[in-house]
Write a protein that binds this ligand. Structure first.
Ligand SMILES: [Zn+2]
Length: 333
């Protein structure tokens, strides 16, 4: 099940900005060529829904800014708030459809959301769609897991749910790049201690490192947490073709992770799993990762162009071992 709005193409940053409409255009073209493009159009998320995870003062700031900037790379224009609410609404729609229909869903939306926190935006993000969707699902279900596979740490999602034990946040990301948060030692706060899992990889970590993290940390934690639904912040910027990061996942590597996530969702939470697009700045690599994931929903596979495996020895093993030590008091790993 796909959610997509043409309005998401109307969101334009500065000329030449990597977070451009070409990203979504490449994805929809690829899906159309494979006969996989049959989307539903979402409603914009209502303000009250946005305010479940963002402070009213911050929502006011974005809604009334007109022309301005949240940070040097994140422009606000008069149309931005509406498009950001459509993007968030798309994630909510995909999440609700996956819960109702007990089948995977994908929200093909932009701008992305995972760097937007309780009272701030930035990093190309305004409203945190995955966080809004988790808050909406949390009203119906007891435990929600968020798996953030974007190459950057989702500081916004982390901050929104840092004190929650009902919303588990798990992030794999490249250590030391924007936004500079997400060390292994950050396990959440107060009642949410242990329910934030950060797996920061060194540069050039790829397929073997991610598979190790899934096997030794992510899958065991999910099995013990027993989520009733899973939301995936899917960024394809951990791909070796990506211009912004130094991670090295291949397209088949990404699809192995998607397949394992779908397996976990089938086993643990009745197929209630929704993917939302975050980053990914090499349009062709992004398009084949997303199309491959959507094809997996139907048990199909697509031809993959970008197959180079650069990390056969699990360069991130030490990082994974450290995460296991840090999480020892909270989870049986
Ligand atoms: Zn990213």
């Amino acid at each position: 099940m796909l959610v997509y709005s043409r309005d998401c193409l109307r969101h334009v940053q500065a000329p030449g900005h990597v977070e451009s409409p070409h990203r979504l255009e490449a994805i929809t073209r690829k899906l159309e060529s494979l006969n996989l493009f049959d989307p539903k159009t979402p409603e914009p998320a209502a303000r009250a829904m946005i305010e479940r995870v963002h402070a009213k003062a911050y929502v006011d700031l974005v809604e009334t800014m007109g022309d301005g900037y949240l940070d040097i790379d994140t422009a606000v224009r008069p149309e931005t708030p509406e498009i950001a609410r459509i993007a968030a609404g798309g994630v909510v729609e995909a999440a609700l459809a996956s819960v109702k229909g007990r089948r995977p869903a994908f929200a093909l939306v932009r701008p992305p959301g995972h760097h937007a926190g309780p009272d701030y935006g930035g990093g190309f993000c305004y409203f945190n769609g995955v966080a809004v969707a988790a808050a909406v699902l949390r009203e119906r279900l007891s435990r929600i897991a968020i798996l953030d596979l974007d190459a950057h740490h989702g500081n916004g999602t982390r901050d929104i749910f840092a004190t929650s034990k009902d919303v588990l946040y798990v992030s794999t990301h490249q250590s030391g790049i924007y936004p500079g948060t997400g060390p292994a030692g950050d396990v959440g706060e107060g009642p949410g201690e242990g329910y934030t899992v950060n797996i920061p990889f060194p540069a050039r970590s790829g397929d073997a490192s991610y598979e190790l993290a899934f096997r030794e940390v992510i899958e065991p934690v999910l099995r013990q947490f027993q989520p009733e639904a899973i939301l995936v912040s899917l960024g394809a910027d951990a791909h070796y073709k990506d211009p912004l990061t130094m991670l090295a996942l291949s397209s088949p590597g990404y699809l192995t992770l998607a397949e394992r996530t779908l397996d976990v969702a089938r086993t643990l939470c009745k197929n209630r799993v929704a993917f939302a697009l975050e980053g990914g700045y090499h349009p062709q690599a992004l398009a084949e990762v997303v199309a491959g994931t959507v094809a997996l929903f139907r048990g199909e596979s697509v031809h993959l162009q970008f197959r180079d495996v650069a990390d056969e020895t699990a360069r991130g093993k030490e990082a994974v071992d450290r995460v296991k030590r840090v999480l020892g008091p909270y989870w049986d790993l």
